[in-house]
Write a protein that binds this ligand. Structure first.
Ligand code: NAG
Ligand code: NAG
Ligand code: NAG
Ligand code: NAG
Ligand code: NAG
Ligand code: NAG
Ligand code: NAG
Ligand code: NAG
Length: 371
């Protein structure tokens, strides 16, 4: 049976190597149910299978770790957005639904249906992309973690931005672009190949076509460029941000091929010094490229190695690295069916808004998940 680990480490002041410590570890997952009976009933009805809960993405804010959970018929979950306390005494904490059970009602489109990608911005707002399902449209939820988790905004994507038909869309990640007078979110649509742009000020979204590419599975931002990566191939592309920021953008944007990684990726993250981190799905390490120099892939963290050897001093403020190995079965009811291993990383957990990654004091934690 595979286990899921959440590791943390303390960042040394100028350490070129960092030590990992396991903080959480699960073989099976349980939830904090409204009542014991409720949990038993969910188990009986097959609404969840404790050994088949599969964490997809995570972000950290203060003492809370938010975890999105993959959902499919073979991996049913009662909630796709959950949280736990990083200070929990338990080695395998139960997952709390976020923000509440009431907000996870299957088929009730006023509630959360399927969260995949998440980001916490510098103001303490949790942005979560909801891909919806056959009945409910895709949405962007924004919760204020500093104000009793109140719902700050929910945006429903219109038909002309994101397909109404469930199988014609797959929104699975996002990055934020903090502008002087607005915050923009960029969300790749895996199926249509469009980049969805959301403006917080205008509470509006629009789709931008990217020439010749689709099936983008990960995205990262630098001050001038957006990077697009794929799980199904090794290419890494960039698109100028200036063109994406223009609302009237009608012509498809031409991406530039930056380089080829050694494998496909599910997750990329940029730190505030321009270092791009990415998982390499069939290889046993996490890759890193200093984007201020020509493309060159280096190793960050190697499997079965307690020590992560950084190419240079850690530059990011707060790290969160999630590394998962998926079994074949994991993807047998979703296309493409071939994935055997995935490694997900995340970095700059307080925020991955490029301009707003605050340097945290030494002693800040890095989280790493192993599946
Ligand atoms: C990592 O752990 C080793 C062995 O415990 C120790 O010698 C080393 O100083 C640690 N490194 C850091 C950066 O904490
Ligand atoms: C989870 O996936 C199953 C199978 O595709 C589906 O029936 C169920 O409605 C999904 N749950 C949610 C919350 O969308
Ligand atoms: C949070 O909710 C509690 C109880 O409803 C209330 O007393 C408190 O003032 C709220 N805090 C904020 C920051 O809204
Ligand atoms: C934002 O847009 C959504 C439609 O997607 C609408 O339902 C909601 O009321 C709007 N919220 C605000 C605060 O304008
Ligand atoms: C969106 O698409 C659906 C299905 O094609 C259609 O029923 C609905 O009327 C459309 N809504 C808008 C606002 O165009
Ligand atoms: C934001 O700033 C830009 C450039 O400074 C300006 O063109 C735009 O109108 C401003 N938007 C809002 C909503 O104030
Ligand atoms: C990949 O993108 C194409 C559109 O170019 C789409 O038809 C296909 O469904 C996508 N693949 C998957 C697995 O969604
Ligand atoms: C990993 O995938 C890449 C790209 O598909 C392939 O070229 C490489 O041989 C694979 N490496 C291993 C160790 O499987």
């Amino acid at each position: 049976m595979s286990s899921f680990l959440l590791l943390a480490l303390l960042l040394g002041l100028s350490a070129a190597s960092i030590n990992f410590t396991t903080v959480f570890e699960w073989n099976t997952f349980d939830f904090v149910w409204p009542s014991e009976d409720f949990g038993k009933e969910a188990l009986r009805k097959g609404d969840y299978v404790p050994t088949k809960i599969f964490p997809e993405d995570h972000v950290v804010y203060g003492e809370r770790v938010f975890i999105s959970i993959f959902n499919s018929s073979k991996h049913p979950t009662p909630a796709t957005l959950t949280w736990l306390r990083s200070t929990s005494n338990s080695r395998s904490p139960k997952l709390n639904p976020y923000p509440s059970w009431r907000m996870h009602e299957k088929g009730n489109c006023m509630t959360i249906q399927e969260i995949k990608g998440m980001v916490v911005d510098a103001r303490g707002h949790l942005w979560a992309v909801d891909n919806g399902n056959e009945i409910c449209p895709a949405k962007l939820w924004i919760f204020d973690l500093t104000e009793n988790d109140s719902l700050s905004l929910v945006h429903q994507f219109t038909n002309d931005t994101v397909a109404h038909t469930f199988r014609d869309r797959d929104l699975n990640s996002l990055v934020l672009d903090k502008r002087p007078n607005d915050t923009l979110a960029y969300i790749p649509d895996y199926v249509s190949g469009n980049l969805i742009v959301f403006s917080l000020n205008e509470n509006a979204s629009w789709a931008v076509q990217i020439k010749d590419i689709s099936n983008v599975s990960c995205i990262a931002l630098s001050p001038k460029l957006i990077y697009l990566g794929f799980s199904i191939n090794t290419a890494l592309y960039s698109v100028p941000l200036s063109e994406l920021r223009t609302k009237g953008q009608k012509a498809p944007l031409a991406p530039t091929l930056v380089g080829n990684k050694k494998a496909g990726s599910f997750k990329m993250l940029m730190d505030n010094k321009g270092k791009l981190y990415f998982d390499l799905k069939n290889l046993s390490y996490i890759g890193i490229w200093d984007t201020t120099a020509p493309f060159k892939e280096e190793e960050l963290y190697k499997e079965n190695q307690e020590m992560a050897v950084l190419p240079s001093e850690p530059t990011a403020s707060s790290y969160a690295i999630q590394r998962e190995q998926l079994d074949e079965e994991m993807y047998d009811d979703v296309a493409p069916p071939v994935t055997t291993t995935s490694v997900q990383i995340e970095l700059g957990s307080a925020s991955n808004v490029y301009e707003e990654v605050y340097p945290l004091p030494p002693g800040s934690e890095l989280y790493l998940c192993l599946h």
